[in-house]
Design a protein around this ligand. Sequence first.
Ligand SMILES: CC(C)(COP(=O)(O)OP(=O)(O)OC[C@H]1O[C@@H](n2cnc3c(N)ncnc32)[C@H](O)[C@@H]1OP(=O)(O)O)[C@@H](O)C(=O)NCCC(=O)NCCS
Length: 170
Amino acid sequence: MREEPLIFVDGKVLGIRQARQTDLERILWGNEHQRASRQAFLDRQARGEIVMLLPTLDDEPIGHLAIDLVALQDEGGVYLYWFHVLDPFARRGIGTAVVRRAEEIAVQAGRTFSEIAVGKNNPDARRLYERLGYQLIGERVDSWLSAQPDGSQVEVFDNNWVLRKSLGEV
Ligand SMILES: CC(C)(COP(=O)(O)OP(=O)(O)OC[C@H]1O[C@@H](n2cnc3c(N)ncnc32)[C@H](O)[C@@H]1OP(=O)(O)O)[C@@H](O)C(=O)NCCC(=O)NCCS
């Protein structure tokens, strides 16, 4: 495994680890209405369908990324989604480190490529992925259910670019 340089944020060392059930309260960040969807991620991880990666400072989660081991299994790939670094900690290299860790996990699982979808209205994230070696392979509309503060769910449609990276060189 490649040695990554330590990243210091506000004098604390960045950690990147798999989520635990006990993290549920700490990945709500005040959004109580997200509890069920966060639990659904933990449940998917418990079934071995995804790995939920959390960047942490002093073990406190400051973001998340999910590695879907099922969606592209037949083709030998992983699908990265649900990627976020909390605003106060963005643009310090944390997202880069999390994606690299996800790629290492994918290689350890015997996968040969990683895929990510990014909104056509999100050029900053697309630039980040391209800098990390991801290349455009197409476009598609993805939909998902967004939990609302009033308890309802709204179907959201994302107009996405789809990018892939061969993991041979990770
Ligand atoms: C996209 C996201 C997860 C990236 O996380 P991040 O921690 O900001 O990512 P990084 O810091 O590694 O990289 C972001 C940029 O900051 C730059 N950067 C990295 N370290 C830096 C530092 N120490 N100082 C200043 N800039 C730095 C990177 O070069 C990169 O620049 P680029 O956009 O020109 O490539 C985060 O911005 C986010 O949560 N955005 C909102 C949600 C979202 O869009 N998610 C992606 C959905 S596909």
